[in-house]
Write a protein that binds this ligand. Structure first.
Ligand code: ACM
Length: 616
Protein backbone atom coordinates (compact mmCIF):
# COMPACT_ATOMS: atom_id res chain seq x y z
CA UNK A 1 0.00 0.00 0.00
CA UNK A 2 2.88 2.32 0.82
CA UNK A 3 4.09 1.89 -2.71
CA UNK A 4 0.68 2.78 -4.12
CA UNK A 5 0.55 5.94 -2.09
CA UNK A 6 4.02 6.80 -3.22
CA UNK A 7 3.18 6.21 -6.86
CA UNK A 8 0.13 8.37 -6.57
CA UNK A 9 2.42 11.01 -5.22
CA UNK A 10 4.77 10.58 -8.17
CA UNK A 11 2.03 11.11 -10.67
CA UNK A 12 0.25 14.04 -9.17
CA UNK A 13 3.23 16.07 -7.99
CA UNK A 14 4.06 18.92 -10.32
CA UNK A 15 7.71 19.94 -10.19
CA UNK A 16 9.49 23.23 -10.26
CA UNK A 17 11.94 24.28 -12.88
CA UNK A 18 15.46 25.42 -12.22
CA UNK A 19 18.16 27.23 -14.08
CA UNK A 20 20.41 25.55 -16.66
CA UNK A 21 22.79 26.45 -19.46
CA UNK A 22 22.95 24.79 -22.87
CA UNK A 23 26.70 24.65 -23.45
CA UNK A 24 27.72 22.40 -20.57
CA UNK A 25 24.84 20.03 -21.30
CA UNK A 26 26.23 19.42 -24.78
CA UNK A 27 29.58 18.51 -23.31
CA UNK A 28 28.07 16.09 -20.83
CA UNK A 29 25.65 14.54 -23.30
CA UNK A 30 22.82 13.70 -20.91
CA UNK A 31 19.33 12.84 -22.22
CA UNK A 32 16.91 13.95 -20.95
CA UNK A 33 18.53 17.28 -20.28
CA UNK A 34 18.87 17.94 -16.53
CA UNK A 35 17.45 21.15 -15.04
CA UNK A 36 20.87 22.45 -14.12
CA UNK A 37 24.41 21.31 -14.88
CA UNK A 38 27.33 23.31 -13.49
CA UNK A 39 30.66 22.34 -14.94
CA UNK A 40 33.64 21.69 -12.62
CA UNK A 41 37.31 20.96 -13.25
CA UNK A 42 38.58 17.39 -13.29
CA UNK A 43 37.13 13.92 -13.26
CA UNK A 44 36.17 11.15 -10.89
CA UNK A 45 37.69 7.89 -12.01
CA UNK A 46 36.15 4.62 -10.88
CA UNK A 47 38.93 2.21 -9.96
CA UNK A 48 39.57 -0.66 -7.56
CA UNK A 49 39.88 1.75 -4.60
CA UNK A 50 36.37 3.09 -5.12
CA UNK A 51 33.73 2.10 -2.61
CA UNK A 52 30.01 2.79 -2.51
CA UNK A 53 28.73 4.16 0.80
CA UNK A 54 25.01 4.05 1.47
CA UNK A 55 24.50 6.51 4.30
CA UNK A 56 21.09 5.31 5.33
CA UNK A 57 19.61 2.04 6.48
CA UNK A 58 17.17 1.75 3.62
CA UNK A 59 17.04 -1.40 1.53
CA UNK A 60 15.78 0.41 -1.56
CA UNK A 61 18.80 2.76 -1.46
CA UNK A 62 21.10 -0.23 -1.03
CA UNK A 63 19.48 -2.00 -3.98
CA UNK A 64 20.09 0.98 -6.29
CA UNK A 65 23.75 1.10 -5.21
CA UNK A 66 24.21 -2.64 -5.60
CA UNK A 67 22.68 -2.65 -9.08
CA UNK A 68 25.18 0.00 -10.17
CA UNK A 69 28.04 -2.00 -8.65
CA UNK A 70 26.84 -5.09 -10.55
CA UNK A 71 26.79 -3.13 -13.82
CA UNK A 72 30.31 -1.81 -13.27
CA UNK A 73 31.55 -5.33 -12.48
CA UNK A 74 29.92 -6.70 -15.65
CA UNK A 75 31.66 -4.26 -17.98
CA UNK A 76 34.94 -3.60 -16.15
CA UNK A 77 35.56 -6.65 -13.98
CA UNK A 78 36.05 -4.35 -10.95
CA UNK A 79 34.35 -5.44 -7.77
CA UNK A 80 33.00 -2.40 -5.94
CA UNK A 81 32.04 -2.93 -2.31
CA UNK A 82 28.79 -1.46 -1.08
CA UNK A 83 29.10 -0.40 2.58
CA UNK A 84 26.02 0.41 4.57
CA UNK A 85 25.34 2.82 7.41
CA UNK A 86 26.56 6.23 8.48
CA UNK A 87 30.07 6.98 9.64
CA UNK A 88 31.73 4.97 6.91
CA UNK A 89 34.62 6.61 5.17
CA UNK A 90 36.85 5.87 2.21
CA UNK A 91 39.54 7.68 0.27
CA UNK A 92 37.47 7.43 -2.88
CA UNK A 93 33.73 7.02 -2.62
CA UNK A 94 30.37 7.28 -4.25
CA UNK A 95 27.99 8.30 -1.48
CA UNK A 96 24.30 7.45 -1.77
CA UNK A 97 22.79 10.02 0.55
CA UNK A 98 19.26 10.38 1.77
CA UNK A 99 18.03 13.89 2.44
CA UNK A 100 14.50 14.74 3.46
CA UNK A 101 12.39 17.24 1.59
CA UNK A 102 13.12 16.46 -2.03
CA UNK A 103 10.44 15.43 -4.52
CA UNK A 104 10.00 11.76 -5.30
CA UNK A 105 11.94 11.74 -8.56
CA UNK A 106 14.33 14.58 -7.74
CA UNK A 107 18.06 14.06 -7.25
CA UNK A 108 21.24 16.04 -6.96
CA UNK A 109 24.75 15.04 -8.00
CA UNK A 110 27.97 16.51 -6.75
CA UNK A 111 30.91 15.01 -8.61
CA UNK A 112 34.43 15.95 -7.52
CA UNK A 113 37.70 14.09 -8.17
CA UNK A 114 37.59 11.96 -4.98
CA UNK A 115 33.93 11.89 -4.15
CA UNK A 116 30.54 11.62 -5.80
CA UNK A 117 27.49 12.42 -3.70
CA UNK A 118 24.11 11.38 -5.04
CA UNK A 119 21.37 12.94 -2.94
CA UNK A 120 17.70 12.04 -2.99
CA UNK A 121 14.78 11.65 -0.60
CA UNK A 122 13.37 8.65 -2.42
CA UNK A 123 14.88 5.67 -4.24
CA UNK A 124 13.20 6.88 -7.45
CA UNK A 125 15.32 10.05 -7.41
CA UNK A 126 18.41 8.08 -6.38
CA UNK A 127 17.87 5.73 -9.33
CA UNK A 128 17.71 8.73 -11.68
CA UNK A 129 20.93 10.08 -10.21
CA UNK A 130 22.51 6.74 -11.10
CA UNK A 131 21.10 6.91 -14.64
CA UNK A 132 22.77 10.28 -15.07
CA UNK A 133 26.07 8.89 -13.77
CA UNK A 134 25.85 6.06 -16.30
CA UNK A 135 25.32 8.56 -19.11
CA UNK A 136 28.37 10.53 -17.91
CA UNK A 137 30.50 7.36 -18.05
CA UNK A 138 31.85 6.02 -21.37
CA UNK A 139 29.06 4.35 -23.41
CA UNK A 140 30.66 0.95 -22.72
CA UNK A 141 28.98 1.09 -19.30
CA UNK A 142 25.88 -0.10 -21.17
CA UNK A 143 27.70 -3.01 -22.81
CA UNK A 144 26.93 -6.68 -22.52
CA UNK A 145 30.46 -7.82 -21.74
CA UNK A 146 33.72 -6.80 -20.14
CA UNK A 147 35.70 -4.27 -22.19
CA UNK A 148 39.44 -3.81 -21.61
CA UNK A 149 41.26 -0.48 -21.75
CA UNK A 150 38.36 1.79 -20.87
CA UNK A 151 38.99 4.75 -18.58
CA UNK A 152 35.91 4.68 -16.34
CA UNK A 153 35.88 8.41 -15.67
CA UNK A 154 33.05 10.82 -14.97
CA UNK A 155 33.50 14.57 -15.64
CA UNK A 156 33.17 16.66 -12.47
CA UNK A 157 30.02 18.75 -12.20
CA UNK A 158 27.07 19.63 -10.05
CA UNK A 159 23.64 18.61 -11.23
CA UNK A 160 20.21 19.39 -9.87
CA UNK A 161 17.36 17.65 -11.55
CA UNK A 162 13.68 16.71 -11.36
CA UNK A 163 11.06 15.98 -13.99
CA UNK A 164 8.51 18.42 -15.31
CA UNK A 165 5.85 15.73 -15.76
CA UNK A 166 5.14 12.89 -13.39
CA UNK A 167 3.89 10.47 -16.11
CA UNK A 168 6.49 9.68 -18.77
CA UNK A 169 5.43 6.61 -20.65
CA UNK A 170 5.49 4.35 -23.64
CA UNK A 171 2.84 1.92 -24.82
CA UNK A 172 3.60 -1.32 -26.63
CA UNK A 173 0.86 -3.23 -28.47
CA UNK A 174 1.67 -6.93 -28.16
CA UNK A 175 -1.81 -7.92 -29.39
CA UNK A 176 -1.30 -7.41 -33.13
CA UNK A 177 2.14 -9.03 -32.91
CA UNK A 178 3.37 -10.83 -29.85
CA UNK A 179 6.70 -9.56 -28.51
CA UNK A 180 8.77 -12.01 -26.46
CA UNK A 181 9.32 -11.46 -22.74
CA UNK A 182 13.04 -10.79 -23.10
CA UNK A 183 12.38 -8.06 -25.60
CA UNK A 184 9.77 -6.46 -23.35
CA UNK A 185 12.41 -6.34 -20.60
CA UNK A 186 14.96 -4.79 -22.95
CA UNK A 187 12.37 -2.17 -23.90
CA UNK A 188 11.63 -1.39 -20.25
CA UNK A 189 15.34 -1.08 -19.56
CA UNK A 190 15.65 1.45 -22.38
CA UNK A 191 12.77 3.46 -20.93
CA UNK A 192 14.34 3.51 -17.47
CA UNK A 193 17.69 4.59 -18.91
CA UNK A 194 15.92 7.72 -20.21
CA UNK A 195 14.04 8.28 -16.94
CA UNK A 196 10.68 7.20 -18.31
CA UNK A 197 8.56 5.73 -15.58
CA UNK A 198 5.50 4.08 -17.15
CA UNK A 199 5.18 1.08 -19.44
CA UNK A 200 1.65 0.74 -20.75
CA UNK A 201 1.34 -2.89 -21.80
CA UNK A 202 -1.47 -3.33 -24.34
CA UNK A 203 -2.07 -6.99 -23.54
CA UNK A 204 -5.34 -7.79 -25.26
CA UNK A 205 -6.59 -7.10 -28.76
CA UNK A 206 -8.98 -8.45 -31.36
CA UNK A 207 -6.11 -10.35 -32.96
CA UNK A 208 -4.62 -11.85 -29.82
CA UNK A 209 -5.08 -12.25 -26.06
CA UNK A 210 -1.59 -12.32 -24.55
CA UNK A 211 -1.83 -12.99 -20.82
CA UNK A 212 -2.50 -16.27 -19.05
CA UNK A 213 -5.64 -16.19 -16.91
CA UNK A 214 -5.85 -19.36 -14.82
CA UNK A 215 -9.63 -19.36 -14.53
CA UNK A 216 -10.12 -19.00 -18.31
CA UNK A 217 -7.52 -21.23 -20.02
CA UNK A 218 -9.12 -20.89 -23.45
CA UNK A 219 -8.15 -17.21 -23.53
CA UNK A 220 -4.65 -18.38 -24.34
CA UNK A 221 -5.40 -21.83 -25.80
CA UNK A 222 -7.72 -20.26 -28.39
CA UNK A 223 -7.41 -16.47 -28.09
CA UNK A 224 -3.62 -16.19 -28.26
CA UNK A 225 -3.28 -17.53 -31.80
CA UNK A 226 -4.69 -16.49 -35.17
CA UNK A 227 -4.46 -18.81 -38.12
CA UNK A 228 -2.79 -16.22 -40.37
CA UNK A 229 -2.48 -12.48 -40.87
CA UNK A 230 -4.45 -10.75 -43.59
CA UNK A 231 -3.83 -7.12 -42.62
CA UNK A 232 -6.38 -4.49 -43.64
CA UNK A 233 -9.53 -5.34 -45.62
CA UNK A 234 -8.92 -7.17 -48.82
CA UNK A 235 -5.30 -8.11 -48.22
CA UNK A 236 -4.14 -11.63 -48.99
CA UNK A 237 -3.25 -13.72 -45.95
CA UNK A 238 0.33 -14.76 -45.28
CA UNK A 239 -0.76 -18.33 -44.48
CA UNK A 240 1.29 -18.33 -41.27
CA UNK A 241 -0.25 -18.83 -37.84
CA UNK A 242 0.80 -16.17 -35.36
CA UNK A 243 0.58 -16.48 -31.60
CA UNK A 244 2.16 -16.17 -28.19
CA UNK A 245 1.33 -15.19 -24.65
CA UNK A 246 2.92 -14.45 -21.30
CA UNK A 247 2.47 -16.91 -18.47
CA UNK A 248 1.79 -15.47 -15.05
CA UNK A 249 5.37 -16.44 -14.15
CA UNK A 250 6.59 -14.34 -17.10
CA UNK A 251 4.49 -11.42 -15.93
CA UNK A 252 5.88 -11.60 -12.40
CA UNK A 253 9.41 -11.63 -13.78
CA UNK A 254 8.78 -8.59 -15.98
CA UNK A 255 7.02 -6.69 -13.19
CA UNK A 256 9.93 -7.33 -10.83
CA UNK A 257 12.42 -6.28 -13.52
CA UNK A 258 10.45 -3.06 -14.02
CA UNK A 259 10.19 -2.44 -10.26
CA UNK A 260 13.98 -2.38 -9.97
CA UNK A 261 14.01 0.26 -12.71
CA UNK A 262 11.26 2.44 -11.24
CA UNK A 263 8.98 1.72 -14.18
CA UNK A 264 5.33 1.13 -13.35
CA UNK A 265 3.65 -1.39 -15.62
CA UNK A 266 0.11 -0.41 -16.48
CA UNK A 267 -1.74 -3.41 -17.88
CA UNK A 268 -4.40 -2.75 -20.45
CA UNK A 269 -7.36 -5.06 -20.85
CA UNK A 270 -9.45 -3.69 -23.70
CA UNK A 271 -13.18 -3.44 -23.06
CA UNK A 272 -15.88 -3.49 -24.35
CA UNK A 273 -14.42 -3.29 -27.89
CA UNK A 274 -11.25 -4.81 -29.35
CA UNK A 275 -12.20 -8.04 -27.61
CA UNK A 276 -12.71 -10.50 -30.49
CA UNK A 277 -9.96 -12.85 -29.30
CA UNK A 278 -11.69 -13.22 -25.93
CA UNK A 279 -15.02 -13.81 -27.71
CA UNK A 280 -13.44 -16.46 -29.95
CA UNK A 281 -12.36 -18.25 -26.77
CA UNK A 282 -15.63 -17.71 -24.89
CA UNK A 283 -18.53 -16.89 -27.29
CA UNK A 284 -20.84 -16.38 -24.30
CA UNK A 285 -19.10 -13.03 -23.76
CA UNK A 286 -20.77 -11.78 -26.95
CA UNK A 287 -24.43 -10.87 -27.45
CA UNK A 288 -24.81 -13.81 -29.85
CA UNK A 289 -23.12 -16.89 -28.32
CA UNK A 290 -24.61 -19.21 -30.95
CA UNK A 291 -22.61 -17.60 -33.77
CA UNK A 292 -19.20 -18.84 -34.88
CA UNK A 293 -16.18 -16.81 -33.93
CA UNK A 294 -12.49 -17.05 -34.61
CA UNK A 295 -9.55 -14.85 -33.72
CA UNK A 296 -9.59 -12.19 -36.47
CA UNK A 297 -6.77 -12.31 -38.98
CA UNK A 298 -7.18 -8.76 -40.22
CA UNK A 299 -6.78 -5.28 -38.72
CA UNK A 300 -9.39 -2.59 -38.23
CA UNK A 301 -12.26 -2.03 -35.83
CA UNK A 302 -14.35 -5.18 -35.23
CA UNK A 303 -18.08 -5.29 -34.60
CA UNK A 304 -18.11 -8.24 -32.20
CA UNK A 305 -17.76 -6.63 -28.79
CA UNK A 306 -18.38 -7.71 -25.20
CA UNK A 307 -22.04 -7.91 -24.25
CA UNK A 308 -22.89 -5.95 -21.07
CA UNK A 309 -24.36 -9.00 -19.37
CA UNK A 310 -23.73 -10.86 -16.10
CA UNK A 311 -21.38 -13.40 -17.72
CA UNK A 312 -19.19 -10.68 -19.14
CA UNK A 313 -18.99 -8.77 -15.85
CA UNK A 314 -18.16 -11.93 -13.95
CA UNK A 315 -15.49 -12.75 -16.52
CA UNK A 316 -13.92 -9.29 -16.34
CA UNK A 317 -14.00 -9.24 -12.56
CA UNK A 318 -12.28 -12.63 -12.49
CA UNK A 319 -9.67 -11.47 -14.98
CA UNK A 320 -8.92 -8.30 -13.03
CA UNK A 321 -8.83 -10.21 -9.76
CA UNK A 322 -5.99 -12.33 -11.17
CA UNK A 323 -4.32 -9.18 -12.46
CA UNK A 324 -4.45 -7.52 -9.01
CA UNK A 325 -2.09 -10.23 -7.86
CA UNK A 326 0.31 -9.64 -10.72
CA UNK A 327 0.42 -5.88 -11.30
CA UNK A 328 0.91 -3.64 -8.24
CA UNK A 329 0.34 -0.50 -10.34
CA UNK A 330 -2.30 1.79 -8.82
CA UNK A 331 -3.38 2.55 -12.40
CA UNK A 332 -5.07 0.09 -14.75
CA UNK A 333 -5.99 0.80 -18.36
CA UNK A 334 -9.36 -0.43 -19.56
CA UNK A 335 -9.24 0.63 -23.20
CA UNK A 336 -12.70 1.94 -24.06
CA UNK A 337 -11.85 3.02 -27.60
CA UNK A 338 -13.48 2.15 -30.89
CA UNK A 339 -16.47 0.12 -29.73
CA UNK A 340 -19.05 -0.18 -32.55
CA UNK A 341 -22.59 -0.51 -31.26
CA UNK A 342 -23.97 -2.70 -34.08
CA UNK A 343 -24.32 -5.85 -31.97
CA UNK A 344 -25.84 -4.01 -29.02
CA UNK A 345 -28.43 -2.53 -31.39
CA UNK A 346 -29.25 -5.99 -32.76
CA UNK A 347 -29.49 -7.59 -29.34
CA UNK A 348 -32.88 -7.91 -27.65
CA UNK A 349 -31.06 -8.29 -24.33
CA UNK A 350 -29.26 -4.94 -24.79
CA UNK A 351 -32.45 -3.18 -25.83
CA UNK A 352 -34.19 -4.52 -22.72
CA UNK A 353 -31.24 -3.51 -20.57
CA UNK A 354 -31.52 0.05 -21.86
CA UNK A 355 -35.16 0.12 -20.73
CA UNK A 356 -34.29 -1.28 -17.31
CA UNK A 357 -31.53 1.30 -16.90
CA UNK A 358 -33.76 4.08 -18.22
CA UNK A 359 -31.28 5.10 -20.90
CA UNK A 360 -31.86 5.97 -24.53
CA UNK A 361 -28.68 5.16 -26.45
CA UNK A 362 -26.01 2.52 -26.88
CA UNK A 363 -23.39 5.14 -26.01
CA UNK A 364 -25.01 5.38 -22.60
CA UNK A 365 -24.77 1.61 -22.38
CA UNK A 366 -21.02 1.92 -22.83
CA UNK A 367 -20.95 4.50 -20.03
CA UNK A 368 -22.84 2.05 -17.82
CA UNK A 369 -20.27 -0.64 -18.72
CA UNK A 370 -17.30 1.55 -17.90
CA UNK A 371 -18.87 2.86 -14.66
CA UNK A 372 -19.39 -0.70 -13.51
CA UNK A 373 -15.81 -1.68 -14.20
CA UNK A 374 -14.52 1.52 -12.65
CA UNK A 375 -16.45 0.79 -9.45
CA UNK A 376 -15.06 -2.74 -9.31
CA UNK A 377 -11.48 -1.69 -9.94
CA UNK A 378 -11.72 1.09 -7.36
CA UNK A 379 -13.52 -0.83 -4.64
CA UNK A 380 -11.97 -4.28 -5.03
CA UNK A 381 -8.51 -3.39 -6.32
CA UNK A 382 -7.90 0.13 -5.04
CA UNK A 383 -7.14 1.07 -8.64
CA UNK A 384 -7.72 4.17 -10.69
CA UNK A 385 -8.64 3.64 -14.27
CA UNK A 386 -7.12 5.11 -17.38
CA UNK A 387 -9.14 5.00 -20.59
CA UNK A 388 -8.72 6.09 -24.19
CA UNK A 389 -10.46 9.37 -24.79
CA UNK A 390 -13.81 7.87 -25.84
CA UNK A 391 -14.25 7.47 -22.12
CA UNK A 392 -15.30 11.13 -22.16
CA UNK A 393 -18.27 10.47 -24.46
CA UNK A 394 -20.93 11.06 -21.87
CA UNK A 395 -20.85 11.31 -18.16
CA UNK A 396 -17.36 9.99 -17.39
CA UNK A 397 -16.37 9.01 -13.87
CA UNK A 398 -14.44 12.06 -12.59
CA UNK A 399 -11.62 9.95 -11.17
CA UNK A 400 -10.87 8.41 -14.60
CA UNK A 401 -7.63 9.47 -16.24
CA UNK A 402 -8.19 10.34 -19.87
CA UNK A 403 -5.59 9.23 -22.37
CA UNK A 404 -6.08 11.79 -25.12
CA UNK A 405 -5.08 10.29 -28.48
CA UNK A 406 -7.36 11.93 -31.05
CA UNK A 407 -5.49 15.21 -30.91
CA UNK A 408 -5.79 17.70 -28.06
CA UNK A 409 -9.54 18.30 -28.03
CA UNK A 410 -10.26 15.37 -25.67
CA UNK A 411 -7.58 16.60 -23.27
CA UNK A 412 -9.18 20.04 -23.27
CA UNK A 413 -12.55 18.47 -22.56
CA UNK A 414 -11.05 16.49 -19.66
CA UNK A 415 -9.40 19.64 -18.30
CA UNK A 416 -12.67 21.55 -18.49
CA UNK A 417 -14.03 18.92 -16.10
CA UNK A 418 -10.89 19.03 -13.91
CA UNK A 419 -10.03 15.46 -14.86
CA UNK A 420 -6.45 14.25 -15.07
CA UNK A 421 -5.15 13.57 -18.55
CA UNK A 422 -2.18 11.96 -20.27
CA UNK A 423 -1.38 13.23 -23.72
CA UNK A 424 -0.61 10.94 -26.61
CA UNK A 425 -1.99 12.89 -29.59
CA UNK A 426 -1.46 10.58 -32.53
CA UNK A 427 0.19 13.11 -34.87
CA UNK A 428 3.06 13.63 -32.43
CA UNK A 429 3.12 10.48 -30.36
CA UNK A 430 2.21 7.45 -32.52
CA UNK A 431 5.56 5.94 -33.30
CA UNK A 432 4.15 3.51 -35.83
CA UNK A 433 3.94 6.45 -38.27
CA UNK A 434 6.56 6.88 -40.98
CA UNK A 435 9.84 8.56 -40.17
CA UNK A 436 11.18 8.53 -43.74
CA UNK A 437 9.94 8.49 -47.33
CA UNK A 438 7.00 6.04 -47.48
CA UNK A 439 8.19 4.88 -50.89
CA UNK A 440 11.48 3.79 -49.36
CA UNK A 441 10.41 2.60 -45.93
CA UNK A 442 8.74 -0.68 -45.04
CA UNK A 443 4.95 -0.22 -44.94
CA UNK A 444 3.85 1.69 -41.84
CA UNK A 445 0.81 3.60 -40.70
CA UNK A 446 -0.07 6.57 -42.88
CA UNK A 447 1.24 9.79 -41.33
CA UNK A 448 4.74 11.24 -41.28
CA UNK A 449 6.34 11.81 -37.89
CA UNK A 450 10.01 12.73 -38.05
CA UNK A 451 12.18 12.98 -34.93
CA UNK A 452 12.10 16.78 -34.83
CA UNK A 453 8.31 16.86 -34.81
CA UNK A 454 8.30 14.51 -31.81
CA UNK A 455 10.91 16.65 -30.09
CA UNK A 456 9.03 19.90 -30.69
CA UNK A 457 5.89 18.60 -29.08
CA UNK A 458 4.94 19.97 -25.69
CA UNK A 459 1.92 18.77 -23.68
CA UNK A 460 0.96 22.19 -22.31
CA UNK A 461 -0.21 24.83 -24.77
CA UNK A 462 0.82 28.45 -24.18
CA UNK A 463 -2.79 29.51 -23.80
CA UNK A 464 -3.81 26.95 -21.18
CA UNK A 465 -4.68 28.62 -17.90
CA UNK A 466 -2.20 27.87 -15.15
CA UNK A 467 -4.76 26.37 -12.79
CA UNK A 468 -5.26 23.53 -15.32
CA UNK A 469 -1.58 22.58 -15.67
CA UNK A 470 -1.63 20.25 -12.72
CA UNK A 471 -4.22 18.05 -14.46
CA UNK A 472 -1.77 17.21 -17.23
CA UNK A 473 0.09 14.25 -15.78
CA UNK A 474 2.39 13.89 -18.73
CA UNK A 475 2.68 12.19 -22.06
CA UNK A 476 3.25 8.89 -23.73
CA UNK A 477 4.38 7.45 -27.03
CA UNK A 478 2.40 4.58 -28.56
CA UNK A 479 3.71 1.72 -30.63
CA UNK A 480 0.86 0.01 -32.42
CA UNK A 481 2.05 -3.07 -34.21
CA UNK A 482 -0.18 -3.70 -37.23
CA UNK A 483 2.93 -3.12 -39.37
CA UNK A 484 5.55 -3.94 -36.76
CA UNK A 485 6.02 -7.67 -36.79
CA UNK A 486 9.25 -8.14 -34.83
CA UNK A 487 11.26 -6.72 -31.94
CA UNK A 488 13.84 -5.42 -34.43
CA UNK A 489 11.15 -3.42 -36.16
CA UNK A 490 9.90 -2.06 -32.82
CA UNK A 491 13.42 -0.83 -32.11
CA UNK A 492 13.70 0.81 -35.51
CA UNK A 493 10.39 2.62 -35.12
CA UNK A 494 10.79 3.45 -31.45
CA UNK A 495 14.37 4.74 -31.50
CA UNK A 496 15.46 7.43 -31.45
CA UNK A 497 11.93 8.90 -31.30
CA UNK A 498 11.42 7.47 -27.78
CA UNK A 499 14.59 9.27 -26.71
CA UNK A 500 13.15 12.57 -27.96
CA UNK A 501 9.96 11.81 -26.12
CA UNK A 502 11.84 11.23 -22.88
CA UNK A 503 13.21 14.75 -23.07
CA UNK A 504 9.81 16.26 -23.89
CA UNK A 505 8.28 14.62 -20.83
CA UNK A 506 11.17 15.36 -18.44
CA UNK A 507 12.07 18.95 -19.34
CA UNK A 508 10.27 22.19 -18.92
CA UNK A 509 9.73 23.87 -22.28
CA UNK A 510 12.35 26.48 -21.46
CA UNK A 511 14.90 23.69 -21.04
CA UNK A 512 14.37 22.10 -24.46
CA UNK A 513 16.69 22.86 -27.32
CA UNK A 514 16.73 20.94 -30.61
CA UNK A 515 20.32 21.88 -31.48
CA UNK A 516 21.58 20.75 -28.12
CA UNK A 517 19.55 17.55 -28.40
CA UNK A 518 21.11 16.75 -31.80
CA UNK A 519 24.60 17.24 -30.39
CA UNK A 520 23.80 15.00 -27.42
CA UNK A 521 22.43 12.38 -29.82
CA UNK A 522 25.99 11.70 -31.03
CA UNK A 523 26.83 10.18 -27.64
CA UNK A 524 23.36 8.71 -27.34
CA UNK A 525 23.78 6.66 -30.52
CA UNK A 526 26.93 5.15 -29.01
CA UNK A 527 24.94 4.23 -25.92
CA UNK A 528 22.23 2.65 -28.06
CA UNK A 529 24.93 0.75 -30.00
CA UNK A 530 26.15 -0.71 -26.72
CA UNK A 531 22.60 -1.70 -25.90
CA UNK A 532 22.36 -3.32 -29.35
CA UNK A 533 19.35 -1.24 -30.35
CA UNK A 534 18.60 -1.25 -34.07
CA UNK A 535 17.56 2.42 -34.30
CA UNK A 536 16.74 4.57 -37.32
CA UNK A 537 19.10 7.31 -38.49
CA UNK A 538 16.48 8.88 -40.76
CA UNK A 539 16.81 12.27 -39.08
CA UNK A 540 20.20 12.76 -40.71
CA UNK A 541 18.53 12.59 -44.14
CA UNK A 542 16.98 15.25 -46.37
CA UNK A 543 13.17 15.33 -46.32
CA UNK A 544 11.30 15.85 -49.62
CA UNK A 545 8.18 17.94 -49.01
CA UNK A 546 5.66 18.19 -51.84
CA UNK A 547 1.98 17.79 -52.50
CA UNK A 548 1.33 14.38 -54.03
CA UNK A 549 -1.94 15.61 -55.49
CA UNK A 550 -0.55 18.79 -57.07
CA UNK A 551 -0.28 18.72 -60.89
CA UNK A 552 3.11 19.04 -62.62
CA UNK A 553 5.08 21.22 -62.60
CA UNK A 554 4.98 21.14 -58.81
CA UNK A 555 6.88 22.68 -55.97
CA UNK A 556 9.46 20.70 -54.03
CA UNK A 557 10.76 21.92 -50.69
CA UNK A 558 13.81 20.16 -49.26
CA UNK A 559 14.41 20.28 -45.52
CA UNK A 560 17.01 18.87 -43.19
CA UNK A 561 16.35 18.69 -39.47
CA UNK A 562 20.04 18.50 -38.50
CA UNK A 563 21.19 21.97 -37.42
CA UNK A 564 24.20 23.72 -38.95
CA UNK A 565 24.14 21.63 -42.12
CA UNK A 566 23.43 22.47 -45.75
CA UNK A 567 21.61 20.51 -48.43
CA UNK A 568 23.25 19.80 -51.77
CA UNK A 569 21.38 18.26 -54.67
CA UNK A 570 21.66 17.09 -58.26
CA UNK A 571 19.16 16.79 -61.11
CA UNK A 572 21.24 14.65 -63.50
CA UNK A 573 21.08 11.32 -61.70
CA UNK A 574 24.51 11.70 -60.08
CA UNK A 575 25.30 11.35 -56.39
CA UNK A 576 25.52 14.74 -54.64
CA UNK A 577 29.05 15.73 -53.59
CA UNK A 578 30.45 18.64 -51.61
CA UNK A 579 30.60 20.50 -54.97
CA UNK A 580 26.94 19.97 -55.96
CA UNK A 581 24.39 22.80 -56.00
CA UNK A 582 23.41 24.14 -52.61
CA UNK A 583 19.69 24.07 -51.99
CA UNK A 584 18.49 27.59 -51.19
CA UNK A 585 14.87 27.84 -52.29
CA UNK A 586 11.95 25.63 -53.38
CA UNK A 587 12.48 23.75 -56.66
CA UNK A 588 10.02 23.34 -59.48
CA UNK A 589 9.85 19.73 -60.64
CA UNK A 590 8.36 18.26 -63.80
CA UNK A 591 7.16 14.75 -64.44
CA UNK A 592 10.15 12.45 -64.94
CA UNK A 593 12.61 14.69 -63.05
CA UNK A 594 15.07 12.97 -60.74
CA UNK A 595 16.28 14.84 -57.65
CA UNK A 596 19.04 13.49 -55.43
CA UNK A 597 19.88 15.28 -52.21
CA UNK A 598 22.16 14.91 -49.21
CA UNK A 599 23.08 16.93 -46.15
CA UNK A 600 26.65 18.17 -45.59
CA UNK A 601 28.29 19.64 -42.53
CA UNK A 602 29.94 23.06 -42.69
CA UNK A 603 33.21 21.17 -43.19
CA UNK A 604 31.82 19.45 -46.30
CA UNK A 605 31.33 16.03 -44.70
CA UNK A 606 28.24 14.16 -45.91
CA UNK A 607 25.71 13.21 -43.25
CA UNK A 608 23.07 10.51 -43.40
CA UNK A 609 22.43 8.88 -46.73
CA UNK A 610 21.58 10.29 -50.11
CA UNK A 611 17.84 10.51 -50.79
CA UNK A 612 16.68 10.30 -54.38
CA UNK A 613 13.30 10.58 -55.99
CA UNK A 614 12.03 10.22 -59.53
CA UNK A 615 8.82 12.23 -59.97
CA UNK A 616 6.35 10.17 -61.94
C1 ACM B 1 -6.42 4.11 -30.49
O1 ACM B 1 -5.56 4.57 -31.26
N1 ACM B 1 -7.48 3.47 -30.98
C2 ACM B 1 -6.31 4.24 -29.07
Amino acid sequence: MMKNIQMLGVWVTATLMMHYTVANAQKYGIIPQPQSVVEREGEFRIDRKTVFLVSVDDSSFVEVAENLATRIKAVSGMKIYVKKGEGQSASKAVVFEKKEGMQIEEYALNISPRKIIITASHPNGLFYGVQTICQLLPPEIYGKRQTKGIRWSIPCCEIKDAPKFSYRGMMLDVGRYFMPKNFVMKFIDLLAMHKQNAFHWHLTEDQGWRIEIKKYPKLTEVGACRKETTGYEGAVGDGKPHGGFYTQEDIREVVEYARQRYVTIIPEIELPGHSSAAIAAYPELSCFPERNYEVPTGWGVKKDVLCPNAKTFMFLEDVFTELFDLFPSPYYHIGGDECPKDRWKESVYCQDLKKVLGIQTEDELQIFFVHRMDKFLREKGGKKIIGWDEILDGDAVPSTIVMSYRGHAPAMKALSRNMYTILTPNRWCYLDYYQEDPEKEQKSQGLFLPLKKVYNYYPISDTLSVDKHKFILGMQGCIWTEFIQTPDRVEYMAFPRTVAMSEVAWCDKSNKNWESFCERMVKEFKRLDQKEVGYSKAFYNVIFNFDRDEKYPKTLVLTLDMPKCIIRYTTDGSTPTSQSSVYREPLTVREGDCIQAQGFTAQGKPIGVEVSKIFK
